[in-house]
Write a protein that binds this ligand. Structure first.
Ligand code: NAP
Length: 258
């Protein structure tokens, strides 16, 4: 995959693109994809002195940017933390971008956030709602869980036994999501597009395979989660429904090369 962007026909003149969250999993790869295509990519995050939650450092950092991509995240499942974070980030980022004369804001979101009732997804929905009222053109790229997600989940879990709900996913390579984000950012606004990987998998299985590949001896236990959330996860609420783009790299191929 490296060096080839399937969406590259959309990349023409050189543009300056700010990538907020540009030090994270998706953000780093988006910076890479933009640079490979000859664009000027500027990673922004708290590590570079920019905080989207407070707006600190944001306006100045967007000077001269043609487009801005939002790949920020907060490590919580609680609505009480996720909703204020994504709401403030969307407001601060869209206001600063409009003020700086940025022509296009692209946000990375998640497939199925309206079907799967988690607090984190309430935050993502709020982000999309705020951006729908922004004073500049906005595109939303919704992706399914990344192949990298299983590793992120393992990293956030403590102890030798990792528990997670029964969860059907259709994971996609973060690199393919980044390629799409980069191409959308330098092109005309697209409204909303969805991206999913090539195969439906069980998240517990992805965790086990990731742990084995890392040489971690941890037991992964899949439990049926009661209620609407458990049903939505187990029955495919995070799978794409209707029109979507299909990534090519399977989890197995990604893991073999990771
Ligand atoms: N992971 C997945 O499977 C997946 C799938 C589909 C969509 N998404 C979406 O994609 C986005 C990125 O996910 P990810 O997994 O790539 O995230 P990640 O690896 O956790 O990275 C998060 C990034 O956000 C930055 N950040 C956090 N708080 C910030 C703040 N207040 N101000 C500025 N920057 C801040 C972090 O850098 P600092 O700590 O330096 O600030 C980091 O660069 C999220 O919105 C997520 O919902 C994720």
């Amino acid at each position: 995959m490296v060096g080839r962007n399937p969406y590259a026909d959309r990349m023409d003149e050189r543009k300056r693109v700010a990538v907020v969250g540009g030090t994270g999993v998706a953000g780093r790869l988006t910076v890479d994809a933009l640079r490979r295509a000859g664009h000027d990519a500027v990673p922004l995050s708290r590590a570079t002195g920019v905080d989207v939650a407070t707006g600190s450092g944001l306006r100045e950092a967007l000077d001269g940017a043609d487009a801005v991509v939002d790949t920020t995240s907060i490590g919580t499942l609680r609505a009480g933390r996720a909703v204020p974070f994504f709401e403030a980030a969307a407001r601060n980022l869209s206001a600063a971008a409009a003020d700086a004369g940025v022509g296009h804001l692209v946000a990375l979101s998640i497939v199925g956030i309206e079907r799967v009732p988690t607090g984190y997804y309430q935050g993502k929905l709020r982000q999309e709602e705020v951006l729908a009222g922004a004073a500049l053109p906005v595109s939303v790229v919704r992706a399914t869980q990344f192949h990298e997600f299983a590793g992120q989940y393992l990293d956030r879990s403590r102890g030798p036994v990792v528990v997670l709900p029964r969860w059907q996913v259709q994971p996609v390579a973060a690199r393919e999501a980044a390629d799409l984000l980069a191409a959308v950012a330098v092109g005309a606004p697209v409204g909303r597009v969805e991206l999913a990987g090539p195969q439906v998998e069980r998240m517990a299985d992805l965790l086990r395979r990731t742990a084995t590949a890392r040489g971690e001896r941890r037991r992964v236990v899949e439990v049926p989660l009661p209620g609407a959330l458990g049903r939505a996860m187990a029955r495919g609420g995070n799978l794409p429904q209707g029109d979507h783009r299909r990534g090519e790299q399977t989890f197995a191929d990604w893991l073999a090369g990771a």
